[in-house]
Design a protein around this ligand. Structure first.
Ligand code: FAD
Length: 390
């Protein structure tokens, strides 16, 4: 067994683990990241694509915002559609703020490049990672290439996503969880086609929700609400495009470019929150602690806001002030719950639920009509969509 030491051992090399390690390293705090997968696998994952203003600023402050600022697309608003027509919610006019379309895949690439440039320690393909004695003398063990390793540390940051081990380490009588599993999934495709519109279109339709999104001028990301147990083979490219066209306003659908898809996946939708987000010397960060349905584009942004609170807490700790450590869970969760509410609201408004019936669908249409006509309602949506302040 080899033994090494670091101040903060970070489990998970997704966006939250990498960003935390980058910020702490720049503040002179030593970290070691343990990632279960290969780097190629992590960099190949297609996930989120909309960054809040606070996320953009965090990336810039961490020295990883340059490519985002050159290659990303600032959006001043978004479209909401129902009954074959849409209207625009103008974030910039309502609250003077914007979002950035820049893929999580690119954010992760930039973070790996920055970590490499600083000789940040990242172990990929770390097997059997285990958290030991988080309530006493914390250390983490793992195996790589048949050798056992031990990392002694002051703190452990569980940045290992929803299926990771960190949350499971917290005793059942301490951890409280709440969950809502939605009765449908999102069938998503990526295609090398021009986006259907310059901004995202969220469509509520009798046949189910649809989202027209994008990564850049020649790469589009589309989603439709679909039964979560549908076999993927059922969704040929033609079947997907036909169904998407039915759900978008016809002027958009008629002009939309279609083509072979380069990625297709069906993801379940859930809201999930675990509390507290700290147990002794272990912190939970990002998807390890909470999941939101992607309708509000909050998953990645919440992971970044957790990193904001935790990096601030650890930097203050090494400066002699433990207030941030003691309040991390409470501060992070206050924002998590508000984003969970917004994601739940927007998901509920825009999707068809089995129990909706004619009345439920009319109520949703009435609420969308109200949203169209009310500056106050649009301001509430804009504030939440572009992200509440840290
Ligand atoms: C299919 C999919 C699509 C999504 N689409 C959107 C979207 O459109 N919009 C949006 O806002 N959000 C979306 N999300 C959510 C968003 O991607 C996540 O919120 C974000 O990735 C959270 O970052 P994270 O670093 O906390 O977790 P993750 O990105 O999950 O990273 C966790 C890392 O930990 C590693 N790990 C796990 N277990 C272990 C272990 N035992 N040992 C070591 N390492 C481990 C994993 O391999 C992974 O690299 C999507 C998520 C998924 C799964």
């Amino acid at each position: 067994m080899t033994t090494t030491r670091t101040q903060v051992c970070i489990i998970g090399g997704g966006p939250s683990g990498l960003l935390l390690s980058q910020i702490l390293h720049r503040a002179g705090i030593d970290t070691l990241v343990l990632e279960r997968q290969s780097r190629a696998y992590v960099l190949g994952r297609i996930r989120a694509g909309v960054l809040e203003g606070g996320t953009m600023q965090m990336l810039r402050d961490a020295g990883v915002g340059a490519r985002m600022d050159t290659e990303g697309f600032l959006h001043d608003g978004t479209y909401v559609a129902t009954r074959n027509r849409g209207f625009r919610v103008d974030f910039d006019a309502l609250i003077g703020r914007q979002v950035m379309v820049y893929g999580q895949t690119e954010v992760t690439k930039d973070l790996y490049a920055a970590r490499d440039a600083m000789d940040g320690r990242i172990v990929d393909e770390a097997a059997d990672v285990a958290i030991q004695d988080a309530a006493g003398t914390p250390h983490v063990t793992y195996r790589r290439d048949g050798t056992e390793h031990r990392v002694d540390c002051d703190w452990i940051a569980g940045c290992d996503g929803f299926h990771g081990l960190s949350r499971q380490t917290i005793p059942a009588d301490v951890l409280r969880t709440v969950e809502r599993v939605y009765p449908f999934g999102w069938l998503g495709v990526l295609s090398r086609t021009a986006p259907a519109a310059p901004e995202l279109i969220y469509a509520n339709h009798d046949r189910g929700f649809a989202l027209a999104s994008m990564r850049n001028e020649s790469l589009s990301r589309y989603y439709i609400q679909a039964p979560v147990d549908d076999p993927l083979e059922k969704w040929t490219d033609d079947a997907f495009w036909d169904e998407l066209r039915r759900r978008l306003p016809s002027d958009v659908a008629d002009a939309m470019e279609t083509g072979p898809t380069i990625e297709k996946s069906l993801a379940p939708l859930r809201s999930f929150v675990a509390e507290p987000m700290r147990w002794n010397r272990l912190f939970l960060v990002g998807d390890a602690a909470h999941i939101v349905p992607p309708t509000g584009a909050k998953g990645l942004n919440l992971a970044v806001s957790d990193v904001h609170y935790l990096s601030d807490a650890l930097i203050r700790h090494y400066g002699g002030d433990d207030e941030g450590i003691d309040s991390y869970s409470e501060r992070a969760l206050a924002r998590v719950w508000k984003a969970t509410r917004f994601s739940w609201w927007f998901t509920t408004l825009m999707h068809r639920f089995p129990e909706d019936g004619a009345f439920g669908q009319r109520m949703k249409q009435a609420e969308i009509d109200y949203l169209e006509s009310s500056r106050a309602a649009q301001t509430v949506m804009a504030e939440n969509y572009v992200g509440l302040p840290f």
